[in-house]
Design a protein around this ligand. Structure first.
Ligand code: FES
Length: 122
């Protein structure tokens, strides 16, 4: 049933989500991609890993990390969520693999870095 699926939320609506200047880092050397590409990649990864009964990915509104997109809200167990920033389509399979089950191991390089002014708790 859809209501029991765990959902990866991708911010696809904010006009400034991916538009602010972002400094390249070793982990994120390239400009951000469009959030719709990340959403499609997550949906494909869920299908590829045969997890469509348990997981889904959906586009939606602001996740509170504007300017650091594409941003993804990941269920991490119970009512807890992780926020991943500057996600690319290449990260999708790894995100799905890590979070196929509740309490999956978080991906450190995708967490908001300490210099981000909008760093949020896990
Ligand atoms: S507009 Fe995308 S996180 Fe705020």
């Amino acid at each position: 049933m859809s209501s029991q699926k765990r959902t990866f939320h991708v911010c696809t609506q904010g006009p400034f989500c991916c538009k602010l200047k972002q400094e390249p880092t070793l982990e994120r050397p390239n400009p951000p991609t469009e959030p719709e590409e990340v959403l499609a990649a997550l949906q494909a990864a869920i299908t590829d890993q045969k997890l469509s009964e348990e997981l889904e990915a959906a586009g939606g509104g602001c996740l509170g990390l504007c300017g650091f997109g594409p941003n993804v809200l990941v269920p991490s167990g119970g009512r807890r969520f992780l926020r991943y920033r500057q996600v690319t389509p290449a990260d999708a399979a790894e995100i799905v693999q890590h979070h196929a089950k509740e309490g999956g191991e978080r991906i450190e390089r995708l967490l908001p870095c300490p210099t981000d002014k909008r760093r949020l708790p896990d």
